[in-house]
Ligand binder design. Structure first.
Ligand SMILES: Cc1cc2nc3c(=O)[nH]c(=O)nc-3n(C[C@H](O)[C@H](O)[C@H](O)COP(=O)(O)OP(=O)(O)OC[C@H]3O[C@@H](n4cnc5c(N)ncnc54)[C@H](O)[C@@H]3O)c2cc1C
Ligand code: SF4
Ligand code: SF4
Ligand code: FES
Length: 644
């Protein structure tokens, strides 16, 4: 706010002011004693000033631990979905918030209100007024001064109070804050300039009194050198994955999504706080989990101290020290920083240095229909189902609202597909830009949601959100040789390019599709491939584990076929979809033949819950696979942390 105003308030009048505000808007104040301090509704004589910090961050007022996203109901043939984000709006004033938590609020504002705006957060946040009261002493594990977010609030508040003897210096940062001052104007008088000097002197004094001071100027370099250091195994062995550290963190934003209160005809989708420290967080289908215990524990620390800042340009840790306070096994972010610095100082670092690099952060600023909300799907009805293989089906569908087809823009790599009452899964777009009046998904029956989807039939209804993600750069492929490498259902994400390529073969040089599966029956798109093969510059080669009478296939891996393709490798782009392990093997062989890693395009599939950069499940290093990917070059993939 321009021309930020400053006032004085007699400390003895504070309760009167709070009571006055409370008549119109519910005021929450610090209540309790010792380390058990929470923001509670204002009650006579209950407010305490004797606290270092709140036990839990104020985040829970704006990002609820558990909240409803939407409800759905079936009446005869009619399925209706209702966005519930607006339910969460409530007016309240949060008083007594410390700098580490106002930083947390500024953090969650930037996170949830930009790049795929979160309607639930906005609903809660717009009714919330934050009044900071600056700290005069530090807790045992406070390190906001080292990290640079404290000791006095600079962001994330509407009004900030600094105790200066018998008065408070009152600084107003927003219109909302000014409205509160105006509502109790009798108690506030304009502050003289000298009070700012007093405030600055007090800040220096408080900063000086902090017992914990760390020099973090070389932290990123030190972390790169200690990515594989021995102490990570010690920390991982100690962690019991209780998720306490993430639950108390003002900058943790991850959530899970589940179906609740459901029967055959109605239900609700609900989100609740989730934690990268829980074992299931990155689990994929068939119980594959790319993150082991060491990478799980290391990820939280790297995320807070590096990845978030690398991705968004603002700090991911406010230095509140709560995660250290709460850990039952004494895992401490502070001790880990010290261990990192000690290992570098004593030259005990492993030979390999892991340095993640910036990939690309184009903001996909898609307009969110606020009435519908980010998480509410549109309804589509299944028009046809085709059995592709014994485990894979092609499912065709149309939006119930034809306008959604008219307005559809082919911009993205996947949709979030809802089976009402069961859940939501990411499925790739296996069709090209011409396919606007009917959508198709090819999927394998692997778990809860895909199993119910697998048994759905013509006339059944599902939900669609999307499209999401960065797609393959179709136009950049023109004039080049193309190799598509995919096994089984992993051909589906490639088909979004194959389809338009097959329609315009003259735009390309050689088009080679390397299709593989364990057995012939498991090959996807068998019928179409026979048609595609008839095109002059299209060459389809098969690799199977077991021989088949139906096709002439190489018995072994697709990699074996690469050397005999006889391509001009410098004018070739490869598009590969497989597990990270298989991708690495194919890419290595392609590079041995002379391809550049930037000409190998891969699509990386991780556990996804929201598709829109919010739930955190898909994050690898500083990248959200759902919005920064899932399509990357192999060069970019190699810059991700080695856990992938
Ligand atoms: C960008 C992207 C595109 C995909 N495209 C396709 C496709 O076209 N065809 C296809 O068959 N499969 C595709 N998958 C994989 C598909 O999403 C999973 O098989 C599916 O989520 C499994 O859910 P489930 O409930 O059946 O399995 P469960 O094992 O019961 O999974 C429970 C939950 O874990 C998560 N999960 C489990 N496995 C995965 C996974 N591999 N990827 C992401 N989240 C997972 C989901 O959120 C799921 O709801 C894609 C995945 C991603 C990330
Ligand atoms: S990581 Fe720990 S110290 Fe940093 S903001 Fe979160 S809880 Fe506080
Ligand atoms: S609080 Fe400690 S034990 Fe619990 S998940 Fe966090 S680091 Fe692990
Ligand atoms: S952040 Fe939710 S899926 Fe990527």
């Amino acid at each position: 706010m321009k021309n930020m105003k400053r006032y004085k308030l007699n400390r003895e009048n504070l309760d009167q002011v709070l009571n006055q505000w409370n008549r119109k808007t519910k005021v929450y104040v610090p209540t309790g004693e010792g380390k058990d301090i929470s923001l509670m509704p204002l009650l006579e004589g209950q407010r305490t000033e004797d606290y270092i910090n709140l036990t839990l961050p104020v985040k829970e007022f704006v990002f609820e631990q558990k909240e409803k996203l939407f409800s759905w109901e079936k009446n005869d043939d009619d399925l209706e979905v209702t966005n519930l984000a607006h339910q969460h709006a409530a007016e309240r004033i949060l008083f007594g918030v410390r700098a580490c938590d106002t930083y947390g609020i500024a953090f969650t504002d930037r996170f949830y209100l930009q790049e795929f705006l979160d309607p639930n957060y906005r609903s809660r946040r717009s009714g919330t007024t934050i009044i900071a009261v600056n700290c005069l002493r530090a807790g045992e594990h406070c390190f906001c001064t080292s990290i640079g977010t404290g000791v006095f609030s600079t962001v994330g508040y509407d009004i900030a109070l600094t105790p200066l003897g018998s008065i408070y210096l009152v600084e107003v940062a927003t219109q909302k804050g000014q409205a509160l001052i105006d509502a109790a104007a009798l108690h506030f008088t304009e502050a003289e300039e000298s009070l700012m000097e007093k405030k600055d002197a007090l800040r220096l004094q408080v900063e000086e009194s902090f017992p914990l001071k760390m020099d973090l100027s070389n932290l990123w370099e030190d972390m790169a050198k200690t990515f594989d250091a021995d102490f990570w195994l010690r920390e991982a062995n100690a962690c019991i994955a209780c998720t306490g550290c993430t639950n108390v963190c003002p900058t943790c934003t991850c959530f899970n999504v589940v179906e609740e209160n459901k029967n055959l005809n109605k239900g609700e989708r609900v989100r609740y706080w989730d934690s990268c420290q829980s074992e299931h967080f990155t689990r994929n289908a068939e119980h594959h989990n790319p993150r082991d215990a060491v990478s799980r524990v290391r990820y939280r620390i790297y995320d807070k101290l590096k990845y978030i800042e690398e991705r968004f340009g603002y700090k991911g840790c406010s230095g509140c020290g709560r995660c250290t306070d709460v850990c039952p096994t004494y895992i401490s972010i502070i001790d880990i920083i010290h261990a990192t610095q000690k290992a570098v100082r004593e030259n005990q670092t492993p030979a390999a240095v892991h340095q993640t690099t910036k990939i690309r952060h184009e903001i996909i600023d898609r307009e969110i229909n606020m009435k519908k909300g980010l998480y509410t799907p549109d309804i589509a009805t299944i028009t046809r189902v085709k059995q592709e293989t014994p485990e894979i089906k092609r499912i065709f569908m149309k939006y119930d609202d034809p306008e959604l087809h008219t307005n559809y823009e082919y911009k993205g790599q996947f949709f979030q597909v809802t089976v009402f009452g069961e859940g939501e899964v990411p499925l790739s777009i296996p069709f090209g830009p011409d396919h606007t009046d009917e959508f198709v998904f090819d999927f394998k029956n692997v778990g809860n949601v895909t199993n119910v989807l697998y048994h759905m039939k013509e006339g059944d209804q599902v939900g669609l959100r999307g499209p999401y993600g960065h797609a393959f750069p179709y136009n950049a492929l023109k004039g080049r040789n193309l190799i598509f490498v995919g096994s089984g259902v992993a051909m589906a994400p490639l088909r979004t390019v194959i389809e338009p390529v097959i329609k315009n073969p003259n735009d390309f040089q050689q088009i080679i599709i390397l299709a593989s599966a364990l057995r012939y029956e498991k090959l996807i798109y068998k019928d179409e491939m026979k048609e595609w093969e008839k095109i002059e510059n299209v060459n389809i080669k098969y690799a199977l584990k077991d021989p088949s009478d139906h096709i002439d296939a190489h018995i072994g891996y697709v990699n074996d076929l690469l050397p005999d393709l006889g391509l001009n490798w410098t004018n070739t782009t490869a598009l590969v979809c497989a597990s990270p392990k298989r991708i690495k093997k194919v890419a290595r062989d392609l590079m041995d033949l002379g391809m550049k890693p930037s000409d190998i395009l891969v699509t990386l599939e991780t556990h996804m819950r929201c598709g829109a950069g919010k739930c955190g499940h898909c994050k690898v290093g500083s990248h959200y696979m759902c919005v920064d990917g899932p399509v990357f070059t192999y060069e970019e993939m190699m810059a991700l942390p080695p856990e992938y």
